[in-house]
Unconditional design. Structure first.
Length: 230
């Protein structure tokens, strides 16, 4: 029996349905195995989540298990994003071949801090976008808003606009000394003013209750979270 955690405690049935459909159910840990992937797939289907987000090595198993509308999202170069573009493209290709519908890839966002290195970041974003779209999959670019200034966030967002990225994602949820939820929301509102309607925002990191979901929903298109089943 599936028991909703407090994220859904105060939501009526209509709200549960609306919110479930923007949830990317994310599971990353050192002790994952095929049996646990099976549990994750069942939890996602039982709760009508939009997708599961898992590392590339588990996509084959998930693809063999999912029978409904739940999508598979591959987390590439997680969480630091410091691998070469070639390595990222290899992982993306592996993920797509094995059944991934969407790619969440951490870019080397730290390059934005050095004006002499920004061209490298811009090219990486462009190359990743071109490859994913050629293969017909959604691409979400992961940055760390807690490690970036508003100007740096704007610079990356404009790179994503130029490369026709599908989503910009706020965080891996793994950044030490990350921004508070409130500060992240402020940065999301800033991103929403910059990004056109055709580019979505995915919020990840720190969503713990229904009030936070309600606060985010006017500004974001997906929420990445891990639901603990009691």
């Amino acid at each position: 029996m599936i028991v909703y955690t407090k994220i859904y405690e105060y939501l009526d049935n209509k709200e549960k349905s609306e919110y479930s459909k923007i949830i990317d159910y994310t599971k990353i840990s050192d002790n994952l195995n095929n049996d646990k992937i099976k549990e994750i797939c069942k939890e996602a289907e039982d709760n009508n989540f939009y997708s599961i987000c898992i590392l590339p090595e588990y996509i084959v198993t998930a693809h063999s298990l999912l029978r409904g509308d739940v999508k598979i999202c591959s987390l590439v170069d997680f969480p630091k994003g410091e691998s070469s573009t070639k390595e990222k493209l290899s992982d993306i290709d592996h993920s797509i071949v094995n059944g991934a519908d969407e790619i969440d890839v951490v870019v080397n966002y730290q390059l934005v801090k050095d004006t002499d290195e920004q061209d490298k970041l811009e090219k990486e974003i462009a190359d990743l976008s071109e490859y994913c779209h050629k293969e017909g999959v959604i691409i979400k670019i992961i940055i760390e808003v807690g490690a970036l200034t508003y100007q740096e966030i704007e610079t990356i967002c404009r790179m994503c606009i130029d490369s026709n990225i599908d989503f910009v994602m706020t965080s891996t949820g793994k950044l030490p000394n990350d921004d508070s939820f409130e500060k992240k929301v402020d940065k999301v509102k800033y991103m929403r003013k910059i990004l056109p309607d055709g580019i979505g925002i995915k919020f990840s990191g720190g969503v713990r209750d229904s009030n936070q979901i309600k606060e985010l929903k006017p500004f974001v298109d997906r929420i990445g979270t891990s639901i603990i089943i009691n």
